[in-house]
Design a protein around this ligand. Structure first.
Ligand code: FAD
Length: 574
């Protein structure tokens, strides 16, 4: 039930979930399958209902900084970006980042999950065991254009019976057949992969999106659909910021028993008890932020801030892992590229009307992305004399390409003419950043330093990705289409480095600030059962616990981790 004010809260709950985002709503749904569990979700942001920019895939770029739907974070100056600070978005609304993200549904590789199993000492994280959680999550549906998708994916890889709807892209563009042709013309570098969600993502393949019937699917529209939200044992309160998790100071093991929250920085501060557990699902910045303000973090920093130490954990906020991206544009022979939507209000409005009336047309896509390509640095590259491979194994990409049917106005501005953009991204980065704090006020944001492209390895991968993208568009399939590069003609390493530093951004899906490690590891923030090390009554379940970044976009890993976490909690309290 969606509560309208604090007076409707119960006196206490069995479980209090902090953050109604991607992971938090999965856990809320699964725990309330047990009618005996009383569950409260506390979400800082607004409702996601009836927001056109949330629903219409093409409009997702309007959900960025400056809107009430974003946390409006900015990074510290980034050395790898020539000293620039960049926006660092996270969803500030029900559904969290799944309500603002760009829809790509990518599971990652068998290696990623098998590495999670070996790093945590818990075989439950292996690919073969996690498949059932991908299946509990996914509900594959037909694309918005209802075309025959034979050959575009392998149906057996997907589930049609889960909770979160997804589909192949619902509006084709002139890029699509050229991309597929390139995969046969340059098959040694860009082999066709009929399903990149099979655990073997390398190659060029059709993209599945978290879009159903032409509209966004988030954790809110799926796991908190009306039939779940109406459960009598589930309460959800919005516009409410958790400031701290409350603990009893029992020595040697502190017990977390409730949460403190407020409607605004002006207060008043209220508190509530959780009789079974507090579950922290506030995301990769939000969760370590709340831990630190609750006294769980690096002791020297807590003492400098004057926050009483509850449990020393130097790993909180460390290990921030970010996948950098770089847009590369080409001018093209295609008067129907999506560039006119940015320049021609009449066309934009007509296309929006088409979407509103029958959920079809270009706006069912995120700027026309229907394909991705994943690739690796050659095993005989000289870089391997200096660096150990950070990827999880031979099935895992070092870099990625995403193909857009326009210039990305939100990233690089507008231009005259028609364009396509290949966004290249470092999928398995070596750089690590961190969060630090210099205020004891929970309403002040932390210092966010993702340390983008600080490792020379990541710069190397980005240069290789640019060169690979250029080889891609040099295939015969593009000879009548691509006119010229609209980004850079730099060729030397030094020139490319300058271009990369000046133009790279983040893929906006960071992780691992509360890394999960094995029970015996002293490093790390949570154990394989999501419990915060050395305390009781508290788990963290969200992107912050991923032991390493997967070779993928993050949301599927987050959904699958949250599904398994729910099973673990239910088994423990059965
Ligand atoms: C712009 C953008 C584009 C992306 N594109 C893709 C993509 O195309 N494909 C993909 O796979 N992934 C993508 N991602 C990444 C993916 O969406 C996230 O990694 C994932 O959704 C994170 O889930 P989470 O549960 O960790 O956090 P979130 O979903 O962010 O949830 C955290 C929730 O906690 C709330 N919260 C935080 N602090 C507090 C507090 N103090 N009190 C109460 N509530 C609080 C937040 O408001 C939020 O609702 C994108 C992310 C962004 C931001």
């Amino acid at each position: 039930v969606l509560l309208s004010n604090f007076s409707e809260l119960r006196a206490s709950y069995d479980f209090i979930i902090i953050g109604g985002g991607t992971a938090g709503l999965v856990v809320a749904n699964r725990l309330t399958e047990n009618a005996d569990f009383k569950v409260l979700v506390i979400e800082a942001g607004v409702s996601d209902a009836n927001i056109v920019d949330v629903q219409v895939p093409y409009l997702s770029t309007f959900l960025a900084k400056g809107t009430p739907y974003d946390w409006n974070f900015t990074t510290t100056p980034q050395i790898g970006l020539g000293g620039r600070s960049i926006d660092y978005p996270f969803g500030h609304l029900l559904g969290g980042s799944s309500s603002v993200n760009h829809f790509t549904y990518t599971r990652g590789s068998t290696d990623d999950y098998n590495r999670y199993a070996s790093l945590t000492g818990d075989s439950g994280w292996s690919w073969s065991n996690m498949l059932k959680y991908f299946f509990k999550n996914e509900k594959l549906t037909p694309p918005a254009d209802n075309r025959d998708t034979t050959g575009e994916i392998i149906p057996a890889v997907h589930s049609t019976t889960g909770i979160m709807g997804d589909s192949l892209g619902g509006f084709l563009t002139p890029l699509d057949h050229r991309i597929v042709s390139t995969s046969s013309q340059l098959s040694w570098e860009f082999p066709y992969n009929q399903d990149m969600n099979s655990g073997r993502p390398l190659g060029v393949g059709w993209l599945v999106n978290t879009i159903m019937n032409g509209a966004r699917v988030s954790s809110s529209t799926s796991y908190l659909a009306p039939k779940y939200l109406s459960r009598a044992n589930l309460d959800v309160i919005l516009n409410t910021r958790v400031t701290r998790i409350l603990s009893t100071s029992s020595v040697p093991t502190p017990v977390f028993t409730g949460v403190e929250f407020a409607a605004s920085a002006e207060g008043p501060l209220l508190s509530l008890n959780a009789t079974k557990e507090v579950i922290l699902s506030a995301g990769n910045v939000g969760s370590p932020h709340i831990l630190v303000h609750s006294g769980v973090g690096p002791p020297a920093m807590l003492s400098a801030l004057g926050i009483p130490l509850v449990m020393s954990n130097p790993s909180v906020g460390q290990n921030l892992t970010d996948q950098p991206l770089l847009p590369l544009a080409w001018s093209v022979n295609n008067p129907d590229s999506f560039d006119d939507f940015v320049r021609n209000t009449t066309l934009f409005n007509q296309t929006l009307v088409q979407w509103t009336q029958n959920r079809t047309g270009p706006f069912v896509t995120s700027a026309g992305v229907n394909h991705l390509a994943w690739n690796r640095i050659a095993s005989n590259a000289t870089i391997w004399t200096q660096f150990t491979d950070p990827s999880a194994g031979p099935n895992s990409a070092h870099f990625e390409m995403l193909f857009f049917n326009q210039l990305l106005a939100d990233l690089v501005g507008t231009g005259d003419g028609n364009f396509m953009t290949i966004v290249v991204s470092v999928t398995s980065p070596l750089s690590r950043g961190q969060l630090t704090w210099n205020s004891s006020n929970p309403f002040d944001p932390p210092n966010i330093n993702p340390n983008i492209l600080s490792s020379p390895f990541d710069m190397f991968v980005m240069r290789e990705a640019i060169r690979s993208a250029r080889r891609f568009v040099a295939a015969p399939a593009w000879s009548d289409y691509v006119i010229a590069s609209a980004s850079t003609n730099a060729t030397s390493d030094a020139q490319l480095n300058t271009f990369i530093s000046a133009n790279s951004l983040s893929l906006y899906q960071s992780c691992s600030t509360n890394s999960m490690t094995s029970y015996k590891s002293t490093y790390g923030v949570v154990n394989p059962d999501f419990k915060v090390k050395r305390v009781q009554g508290l788990r963290v379940i969200d992107a912050s616990v991923l032991p390493k970044v997967p070779s993928a976009h993050l949301q599927v890993a987050v959904y699958a981790f949250a599904e398994r976490a729910s099973d673990i909690i239910k088994a423990e309290w059965a």
